[in-house]
Design a protein around this ligand. Structure first.
Ligand SMILES: NC(=O)C1=CN([C@@H]2O[C@H](COP(=O)(O)OP(=O)(O)OC[C@H]3O[C@@H](n4cnc5c(N)ncnc54)[C@H](OP(=O)(O)O)[C@@H]3O)[C@@H](O)[C@H]2O)C=CC1
Ligand SMILES: Nc1nc(=O)c2c([nH]1)NC[C@@H]1CN(c3ccc(C(=O)N[C@@H](CCC(=O)O)C(=O)O)cc3)C=[N+]21
Length: 295
């Protein structure tokens, strides 16, 4: 029986700490930190994300604004919306839900977001800062995974970590953060040979693939820690349910610790988004004060 890493409980602490700091921010500056979320079309994982985000933002005391655009919207229309949010002084954080519909240029949109409002940490400037170990806005999902791992290990130094998946939003920043924690990091993906053998060497496996219950018992070294990032909506026994990228039933008896889906990485991602929005709001308010002082 593995230890269950309880994302609901761990995220609650991040939420409460952030709520207290948001209250202080509001007293000091007379405004709430503002988060704008842009959803284009109807990606299922994004829908889940938006729903929970709105709930949490209220709880933390953020001003949360939602923009929904049709799946057919043009690049121009999306660029224009991002421009408006960039200059809106009530908006401190901007998040454009990914993936975007195929006709839209994702890289262009991400680069259009002001780096200081980029609460996802996806802008090239923030990606570069992360690579240099100097990031202030760190991608929410990998950050949440690190916070969870630190509840299992006092020190991650020297652990063999395997990250499955190399997306810009999860796999790559995850590997960068694990490296910063002095893990020995291996990244595997759809072109990796003997993926199962590589994974079964790992002390820590982070699965971010987007395939329901793909990672099974044979991939996992007995006593390893398994972090399941996947959010997949499937139908089972005539009911819709969320499952991860890990086959929980077969892996759980082998692992020492594992995150469930739901109730694992998802709630941590949202809590980290709240935290990043506060971080962004603070640095924008400070930057503006400095500008004013400079005349
Ligand atoms: N819990 C949370 O907060 C979040 C959850 N998610 C979820 O995490 C999952 C991954 O998301 P994301 O990173 O955006 O997904 P992407 O689809 O962008 O990337 C998936 C990665 O998995 C790799 N992959 C796909 N199939 C295989 C395979 N058969 N064997 C090995 N590797 C494979 C791909 O390899 P290649 O590059 O070679 O194609 C790719 O690098 C999804 O389920 C998503 O919904 C995402 C963000 C946040
Ligand atoms: N720019 C961008 N940044 C993202 O971080 C991003 C994105 N786009 N697009 C979609 C994916 C997916 N994602 C989720 C986050 C939390 C839950 C979440 O709250 N999960 C709950 C679900 C509970 C439920 O409602 O059933 C849980 O796992 O317990 C789900 C999915 C963030 N993503």
């Amino acid at each position: 029986m593995a230890f269950l890493i309880d994302g609901k409980q761990i995220s609650q602490q991040v939420i409460e700490d952030t709520a207290a700091e948001v209250a202080e921010f509001q007293i000091t500056y007379g405004i709430k930190p503002g988060l704008a979320v842009v959803l284009v079309g109807e990606d299922p994982a994004s829908q889940v994300y938006v729903r929970n985000k709105v709930k949490r933002a209220e709880e933390v005391g953020l001003n949360s604004i939602e923009h929904r655009l049709a799946a057919t919207c043009s690049q121009q229309a999306l660029n224009k919306l991002v421009d408006e949010l960039n200059t809106d002084p009530m908006v401190h954080g901007i998040l454009v839900q990914l993936p975007l519909p195929a006709h839209l240029n994702e890289a262009e949109i991400i680069s259009a977001i002001s780096p200081e409002k980029d609460v996802d940490g996806f802008h090239p400037l923030n990606v570069g800062a992360l690579a240099c170990g100097e990031a202030s806005l760190v991608p929410c999902t990998p950050l949440g995974c690190i916070i969870m791992l630190k509840t299992v290990y006092e020190d991650l130094s020297g652990k063999n970590a395997v990250v499955i998946g190399r997306s810009n939003i999860v796999g790559k920043p995850m590997a960068a953060l694990l490296l910063q924690e002095n893990c020995t990091v291996t990244m595997v993906h759809s072109r990796t040979k003997n993926i199962e053998a590589v994974c079964s060497q790992a002390d820590i496996v982070v699965a971010a693939i987007g395939r329901p219950e793909f990672v099974s018992a044979g991939w996992i070294k007995p006593g390893a820690t398994v972090i399941d990032v996947g959010i997949n909506a499937i139908e089972r026994d005539g009911r819709r349910r969320l499952v991860g990228d890990v086959d929980f039933t077969s892996v759980e008896p082998i692992a020492a610790a594992i995150t469930p889906v739901p109730g694992g990485v998802g709630p941590m991602t949202i809590a980290c988004l709240m935290k990043n929005t506060l971080t962004a709001a603070r640095s924008q308010v400070l930057a503006r004060e400095l500008e004013r002082e400079a005349g």
